[in-house]
Design a protein around this ligand. Sequence first.
Ligand SMILES: C[S@@+](CC[C@H](N)C(=O)[O-])C[C@H]1O[C@@H](n2cnc3c(N)ncnc32)[C@H](O)[C@@H]1O
Length: 255
Amino acid sequence: MGAENGITRMKNMLQDLETLYHLVFKRMYGKTLQERLNSFYRGQESHYDSFRERLLSGRADLFNLVTLKPGSIWVDMGGGTGASFEALGTKMTMLKKAYVVDLCEPLLEMAQQRKKRNGWDNMEIIHADALSFILPGNEQADVLSFTYSLTMIPEWYAAIDRAAAMLKPGGCCAACDFFIGNPFRITEKQNPHNWTTRLFWRVWFETDGVFPSTDHVPYLSRRFEVQYYRQDRAKLPYLPLASAPYYLFVGIKPE
Ligand SMILES: C[S@@+](CC[C@H](N)C(=O)[O-])C[C@H]1O[C@@H](n2cnc3c(N)ncnc32)[C@H](O)[C@@H]1O
């Protein structure tokens, strides 16, 4: 039993090392965003979930903040491997459709495996750009989510506009992501960060194509009536002294 545990621990550490190698040394290449995302995630896709579940700590909390009605349509923009839907547990069966929309093929392959493994017949996995995706038959969604995807979408404001257009009046937009607080915007919800924090996290995340912004929450708050807001810090695997600022936002599209 002890030997088995040791072997499992060793295997997990080797997987983490492979993921860390990708995060630190593998650069994105390609002319289009899709090529760049594919080049970055290809090779780390099978370990993506085990590593990111320790890094992207807001996802499960966010999904559980959404009040679900039976028969709802939920679209997860930049949904990657579809891992966020695991947080719904048995509530997943309440959804008429759960869409995972993403540009990155290696991560969508993992989403396909997840759908099969869980027997989620209501899940649709869509290879598309969050900026231009529309639901079949121009249907409108009840819930739209972005979990750590806005920081990776260069024109994130256009993705929020698309989300607002796709939501039913009264529908819910839920987002969580890393951010940096603007010290000059003292009237907004987000607490400011000092310059070392702002600089450190910008540089740290930029190497992986992640751009923490001061502006997600102010912009989301203009498009949706704020229902819930919280900011927190996430511990990073293997870096006990560092914790990255992130926010949770839930808003309602005005009727
Ligand atoms: C940090 S990952 C987060 C994935 C997932 N939401 C999660 O919480 O694990 C960011 C995701 O955004 C996707 N992405 C970036 N730009 C996109 C775009 N324009 N359209 C769709 N997906 C995009 C990436 O491919 C990637 O899967």
